[in-house]
Design a protein around this ligand. Structure first.
Ligand SMILES: [Zn+2]
Length: 346
């Protein structure tokens, strides 16, 4: 079938979706995308516009990423959609809820650390701190070291860390900055991409289920690059924007990816691990962290020392990808308005 079947749209009585978005609108919309064989900038943008999402990202196979703000009255509240194109086909990848939170910054704490006076002895948090102060924390587990200081308006978050930083405290940025976050889909599975291939993404063993929506558009590009693999992520940040144990996960600005099961050990990385580095670099993640034990293998695979950050202590079972280049995600809202203004089929 050629392009979008607008006749079918008329037959089904399809109109611009009203808010709230109904499921059958989305079903029609997905069908229209499936039936469009050729990528056509105008018609695809028209589809994206009519999908009713407040914000839509379009990720191109070549690394280009564009986003469109839908200014029409028919928008789905608080939802962001992700689309991917190979240049010949458009795919609807997923939609997810959008949150606005206060930008978090880390406050330096001085030792010795005292349990905040506001915590009662019966409080679970008090017990956590007591354990911490007695040097008795067994596991590096964010959930068990996570303390909300509810005495402040926008609660600060405190982690008791047994490592280099005795205590990490995060507070809302005093300048009042707000930032967007989305909830990671727990699983992402897309059949029918290039025949029998599929993308699969899973979040595993983490409550860091939130992430910056722009960075996530780069991650979608990565998943399509690694289309025959199951990618396991141990997440980005919590819904308050913090992301223990790494301070670089604050505000959802980094993502951790587990090593593939094909990798036997840290001294025997499978080819998929090198493919991950290439894919994340292509989609604008400027920082790659892995343990220094991997250095000879990574160098042998052709990466320069300047491209990789080698960590002495951690990252023995996962990569850290961060420093996403936000400037690579282009705002094309004006282009959308111009194109849609040219012709209106509804
Ligand atoms: Zn990390």
């Amino acid at each position: 079938m050629d392009d979008i079947n607008f006749e079918l749209a008329d037959k089904l009585g399809y109109k611009r979706p009203k808010s709230p978005f109904r499921n059958n609108d989305l079903d029609f919309f997905k069908k229209a995308i499936e039936e469009s064989e050729k990528f056509d900038n105008f018609k695809h943008l028209q589809l994206i516009s009519n999908s009713g999402y407040k914000l839509a990202f379009l990720i191109f196979q070549n690394g280009t990423i564009e986003y469109y703000e839908n200014k029409s009255n028919y928008i789905v509240e608080n939802k962001i959609a992700y689309f991917y194109t190979t240049g010949s086909k458009l795919y609807f990848v997923c939609d997810t809820e959008n949150f606005i939170i206060s930008h978090k910054i880390r406050e330096k704490q001085k030792a010795p650390f005292l349990i905040p006076e506001t915590f009662s002895k019966q409080d679970n948090y008090y017990k956590i701190f007591e354990k911490f102060l007695n040097n008795n924390l067994e596991k590096l587990d964010a959930d068990n070291r996570y303390v909300l200081d509810k005495t402040e308006n926008d609660p600060s978050v405190i982690y008791a860390d047994g490592n280099e930083f005795p205590v990490q405290k995060y507070i809302a940025n005093p300048n009042g900055d707000k930032i967007p976050l989305i909830r990671f889909p727990d699983n992402l599975y897309i059949p029918k991409v290039n025949g029998s291939n599929f993308i699969s993404h899973k979040l595993k063993d983490t409550n860091r289920r939130y992430v910056n929506p722009y960075l996530f558009s780069g991650y979608i590009g990565v998943l399509f690059e690694l289309i025959n693999s199951s990618i396991i992520s141990t997440g980005s940040c919590f819904n308050d924007g913090t992301g223990f144990p790494s301070s670089e996960h604050t505000n959802g600005e980094s993502i951790d990816i587990s090593f593939d099961s094909k990798t036997n050990s840290i001294t025997n990385l499978a080819a998929i691990e090198f493919a991950k580095i290439r894919a994340f670099k292509k989609f604008h993640f400027q920082k790659v962290v892995i343990n220094e034990i991997c250095k000879p293998q990574i160098s042998k695979a052709g990466f320069l020392d300047s491209e990789i950050t080698y960590d002495k202590k951690y990252h023995k079972d996962h990569f850290h990808f961060g420093n996403f280049n936000m400037s690579k995600v282009e705002n094309k809202s004006k282009k959308l308005e111009e194109l849609i203004g040219r012709k209106n089929y509804s």
